[in-house]
Design a protein around this ligand. Structure first.
Ligand code: ADP
Ligand code: MG
Length: 706
């Protein structure tokens, strides 16, 4: 627990944002003209001057020091997908042997963390290791409190000496600019003269598991890879769905409460929490905000989740698939576009059929998802996510868009040139006088869709739980920006705008509605139907990634100034390498656990059974059950031994491959497949030996005890 704030005595409204150098704080602390300048910089209307930075830095420093900060850090998102920080203290020596607390405008806007060991995919050799961090003026600085003290964290972008993006933030910010530019063109053509900016908004729902630390510490696989590479399912799994939305256990509740308070302090608006489908699985959703701020906030959510869980003797698992046999974890990326004057461009309103703006922007998203399905798929391609996408669970690797009946009808009628009969959204009558009748939503929900329209936003559900949401949003923004740019080209030229919109929506939707699917995405029929429609179904990350370096992708990113050719290529290499490294670790852990834990344990147990059988036989008692079991154990253990050796061979082979793609392919096709074989032998053995003799905690312990 953090001692400095009395959680019970402090009202949430006071607590909220108390550790965030938000615009509200800046309005209070900065001279009026400086604050106004800063707002203009945030809005992209002006460049930041050193003069303004000096004043902001001094104010930020004073605020932080008042709150006990001794250090500051430029906080950034290297391509590891995590966040990075290097702390510098504020102290500066004076001539008479004392110190002053200093922090200049220069230190605020630019840092040089060296940080040459982060992956750069060849963009930056360590011997020419200049890398800079630059202040992201639009994301508020915040305070981090831990045993190292209180540190002022300044969200930054990370770039190389020649201006190459070395992180996930730079392309994201560039993609937001690209979308802003194209969406504004469309809005202008539609006659909107008021909106000055279009921002993308995101609210990511974070799924995670909790596990008791005592059990966690006994599982090398969980500790080193975040997932279990062994473990047979207990008799009870998630089939009863009794965990989903169930009452929250006290221990978990007190963790959630503290996590909320910690998040609120740094200005992250944690809003919703509930039990998820799988046992010991949970979800946290914040209130949506501008994409880059949401990305930063989600990184804080993941970090604080793990930190706070440890204070409660638990471990938060962010891996996409910690356990085989129960649901994995995703991050539902709720996404929309909004103007600076408060218009949600995906708001259908009461009468979507005559809402030209909605129809145009919705059609643009559908077209973008269809044309750039491979890119969206690639944005979620990680070794961990492979266990979700393309396995028999949510969501499938096939991208489709859900609109729901009423909205699909509106768009279908336009595409088919039929006039649409307006049906009011109506009300849901409950048939019980004591219950109020409810206004009906424009569309129902579909929980199986990878890209679902949910009222006034799209929910991209393929994103993995441990991923930074920066990349999926970057690609999504670029895809939509491209379609909007084509729409804008046409609209700007059109004489009769209304007629032009009608034609554009009609043509676009007719061509791309093949991506719309309102049925059950988990069904076998959909897999066949999708194939018939020509929709890609890429189950493996390794096969999903090459789209990143296809000429058309490189052109797309260059056109919208989001990634240069070198940046695209370097990212492709980093993702492949990361995939290979992760599988390499998992397979290594598997070999180690099989040989050094499972094998000795089952040998000893089998031998004891054989000894029992002999002793029973000696006194003339029935010894067949012991004998049978000992024999079966010996057989499966021998298979486990052989299969583990095969895994070691496959691993050695993959390690020896030079080319990054061929290597990742080798990991996927030889190592991952052999891991499944080894696992099946070990999981069989687990059920043949006594519970006490199994060398590490079982699924029952991990999934049901808290
Ligand atoms: P569900 O679980 O039913 O999908 P939640 O309430 O858990 O719904 O999550 C919905 C998420 O969508 C929240 O984070 C919410 O803030 C976010 N959201 C709502 N409106 C928008 C919007 N216009 N743009 C982006 N995200 C939004
Ligand atoms: Mg959701």
């Amino acid at each position: 627990m953090n001692e400095s704030i009395d959680f019970i005595q402090t009202p949430v409204t006071t607590l909220y944002g108390s550790n965030s150098f938000s615009n509200a704080i800046m309005r209070e602390r900065l001279p009026k003209n400086i604050f106004k300048e800063l707002l203009a910089v945030q809005a992209g209307e002006k460049e930041l001057t050193l003069e303004v930075a000096e004043v902001v830095a001094a104010s930020m420093r004073d605020w932080a020091i008042d709150k006990g900060a001794t250090h500051y850090t430029h906080w950034f998102h290297p391509l590891t997908g995590l966040t990075a920080e290097k702390h510098d203290s504020f102290i500066s020596p004076t001539s008479d042997g004392r110190v002053m607390m200093e922090f200049s405008g220069k230190e605020l806007i630019k840092g040089e963390p060296d940080a040459s060991s982060f992956p750069s995919g060849g963009l930056r050799a360590t011997f020419e290791a200049r890398g800079y961090t630059a202040w992201d003026v639009t994301s508020p600085a915040f305070l981090k409190q831990d045993p190292t003290g209180t540190t002022l964290c300044i969200p930054t972008a990370f770039i190389g000496y020649y201006g190459h993006a070395l992180d996930k933030k730079v392309p994201l910010l560039r993609s937001m600019d690209a979308l802003n530019k194209q969406a504004l063109r469309v809005l202008k053509a539609l006659g909107n003269a008021n909106s000055k900016r279009v921002l993308t908004t995101v609210g990511p729902e974070q799924e995670y598991f909790l596990v008791d630390q005592e059990y966690f510490a006994k599982r090398t696989d969980l500790m080193l890879t975040g997932r279990t590479v062994f473990g047979s399912m207990p008799a009870k799994g998630q089939e009863l769905e009794d965990h989903y939305f169930g009452a929250i256990k006290e221990r978990v509740a007190s963790f959630m409460r503290e996590l909320n308070l910690e998040l609120w302090k740094v200005g992250v608006s944690a809003k919703t929490q509930h039990n998820e489908v799988a046992p010991n699985q949970f979800e946290l959703a914040p209130i949506f905000t501008t994409t880059n701020v949401a990305v930063d906030a989600n990184q804080m959510v993941m970090e604080l989740m793990q930190k706070v869980a440890r204070r409660h003797g638990m471990e938060a698992l962010l891996h996409e698939k910690p356990y085989a046999g129960v649901n994995g974890s995703g991050k539902h990326n709720n996404w929309s576009m909004a103007t600076d004057d408060g218009i949600n461009l995906l708001e259908p309103g009461d009468d979507p059929a005559s809402n030209a703006r909605f129809l145009l922007f919705a059609a643009a998203v559908v077209e973008a998802v269809d044309r750039y399905a491979l890119l969206l798929r690639a944005s979620t391609a990680t070794a961990g996510n492979d266990h979700r996408l393309g396995a028999n669970e949510a969501p499938p690797a096939i991208i489709s868009v859900f609109f729901g009946g009423p909205l699909s009808e509106v768009l279908d009628d336009i595409a088919d040139g039929k006039s649409h009969e307006r049906k009011g959204a109506g009300r849901v009558e409950l048939g019980v006088t004591s219950l109020p009748s409810l206004p009906m939503d424009i569309s129902d929900r579909n929980r199986t869709s990878p890209f679902a329209f949910t009222g006034n936003k799209f929910e991209f559900r393929m994103v993995g739980s441990s991923q930074s949401i920066a990349t999926p949003n970057t690609y999504l923004n670029v895809a939509v920006a491209q379609v909007l740019s084509e729409f804008a080209d046409k609209l700007e030229k059109a004489g009769d705008k209304k007629a032009a919109i009608q034609v554009m929506v009609k043509e676009s939707y007719a061509k791309h509605r093949r991506i719309v699917f309102n049925g059950n995405n988990y069904s076998e029929e959909w897999v066949k139907e999708a194939e018939r429609r020509g929709l890609p179904n890429i189950r493996s990350s390794v096969d999903a990634l090459p789209i990143l370096v296809k000429a058309e992708t490189i052109d797309l990113f260059e056109k919208h100034k989001v990634l240069s050719k070198e940046e695209s290529e370097s990212r492709y290499h980093i993702y492949l390498e990361k995939y290979s490294k992760q599988i390499n670790i998992e397979a290594g852990v598997m070999v180690d656990m099989a040989k050094r834990s499972i094998f000795p344990a089952v040998s000893a147990y089998g031998a004891s059974l054989a000894r029992d059988a002999t002793s029973f036989a000696a006194i003339g008692a029935v010894s067949a059950p012991q004998e049978k079991r000992a024999k079966r154990i010996a057989e499966v253990a021998s298979e486990l031994f052989d299969e583990t050796e095969k895994l070691e061979k496959a691993l050695a082979e993959a390690q020896g491959v030079e080319d990054a793609f061929t290597q990742a392919k080798s990991y996927r096709e030889k190592v991952v497949t052999q891991m499944a074989v080894v696992r099946s032998r070990a999981d069989t053995l687990e059920l043949l030996v006594a519970k006490e003799s199994w060398p590490f905690p079982s699924y029952e312990d991990l999934l049901f005890k808290l």
